[in-house]
Design a binder for this molecule. Structure first.
Ligand code: MG
Length: 178
């Protein structure tokens, strides 16, 4: 059982609206709020790790992304802040990659900051970039089917025998316990 979860946002916790900049567009998948509140109550650290290339592309600002995340926190409810750390990677694909997944940099830095070992951590996401970041950081990866593509069809998922769950809530029910 992980002590810490690195969580993708779009397509994992909320519906992937593509370049979401309006807090009113935040739509949690069923069971996500309850699962995250339960994970926190069980003592798991929660880290939000989201690529937001819309910032680098000039479609919206970091402040817009922060407002979206604030709405997400409010909708999850329970003790605040929900997430111990948040990484919004703003780079567009043609800009130098710093934190943008599949870079493992946020995961590596956060494990060091919180004294976590790779075996303490799981990354949950819907895309090849999420899985790639986890593997590059040496932590476990789990895929969910709530994004744009079925991760079962991704080579990185098949080649590395990454577990695939229908939803984040299904993952949480199966693997997060006291
Ligand atoms: Mg995603």
């Amino acid at each position: 059982m992980p002590r810490a979860l690195f969580l993708d946002r779009d397509g994992t916790l909320i519906v992937d609206k593509v370049y979401l900049s309006d807090p009113d567009g935040v739509e949690l998948f069923p069971g996500v709020a309850e699962a995250l509140r339960r994970a926190k109550a069980l003592g798991h650290r929660l880290f939000l790790f989201t690529n937001q290339s819309g910032i680098g592309r000039g479609y919206y600002s970091i402040e817009d992304a922060l407002r979206v995340n604030a709405r997400l926190d409010a909708m999850i409810g329970g003790p605040q802040p929900v997430f111990d750390e948040v990484c919004i990677a703003p780079e567009a694909p043609d800009q130098p990659m710093v934190y943008r997944k599949p870079s493992p940099r946020f995961i590596v830095e956060t494990m060091a900051k919180y004294g976590l070992s790779p075996s303490d951590c799981t990354m949950v996401g819907d895309s090849a970039a999420d899985i790639g970041a986890a593997l590059a950081a040496g932590i476990r990866a789990v895929a969910v089917r709530t994004g744009k593509v079925d991760p079962s069809g991704l080579a990185i998922v098949a080649d590395n025998r990454i577990p695939v769950f229908d939803t984040f809530a299904a993952y949480a029910a199966a693997e997060l316990s006291a």
